[in-house]
Design a protein around this ligand. Structure first.
Ligand code: FE
Ligand code: ZN
Ligand code: FE
Ligand code: FE
Length: 163
């Protein structure tokens, strides 16, 4: 009979998934920042890059609390989302719609992260790891803020430039 996998196993797999994702995001954000046409958008990506380093730090603390080595697990979902961002950069460079496209790619990544952190936070609480839940919530709040800032930039200026 196969091993009966429990919530701990799911938690660890998902933690490895987002750990992998964050480390891919760290590589992608400088490219997004460099491609951005508006100063505000570039600054937003640069600031989120700084935050992302802190998020990776928190994830390493969560691994420690859980008593496991920090380790990533390939996440094809984030690979494809980041790939979409690269396509926008290639296909819309020098175009007025570039920033709107970069924001839409950024929103998709933030939503992926929000989904992961929401789930992990809930599971950490169920697994009686309140400190881990707090760390995961800190990441979740940063993703929410990043998502909202991107949306604000889109609706206040960037989308109009593209239209
Ligand atoms: Fe993140
Ligand atoms: Zn993932
Ligand atoms: Fe995944
Ligand atoms: Fe993020």
């Amino acid at each position: 009979m196969p091993k009966q996998k429990m919530l701990e196993d799911l938690f660890l797999d998902t933690l490895k998934d987002i750990y992998y994702a964050e480390r891919q995001i760290v590589k992608a954000l400088p490219k997004m920042a460099k491609a951005a046409g508006s100063d505000e958008l570039r600054t937003a990506f640069e600031n989120h890059l700084e935050e992302t380093h802190g998020q990776i730090d928190r994830l390493q603390q969560v691994f420690e609390i859980f008593g496991k080595r920090a380790q990533g697990k390939t996440c094809e979902a984030i690979q494809w989302l980041l790939e979409e961002g690269e396509e926008i950069i290639e296909e819309f460079s020098e175009s007025p719609a570039l920033d709107a496209g970069l924001i839409s790619a950024g929103n998709a990544v933030e939503h992926y992260e929000i989904a992961r952190y929401g789930t992990l936070k809930t599971w950490a609480t169920l697994l009686k790891m309140p400190e881990a839940a707090k760390l995961l919530d800190a990441n979740l709040q940063e993703e929410h803020k990043a998502d909202e800032l991107l949306t604000k930039l889109a609706t206040t200026s960037v989308n109009k430039m593209a239209a």
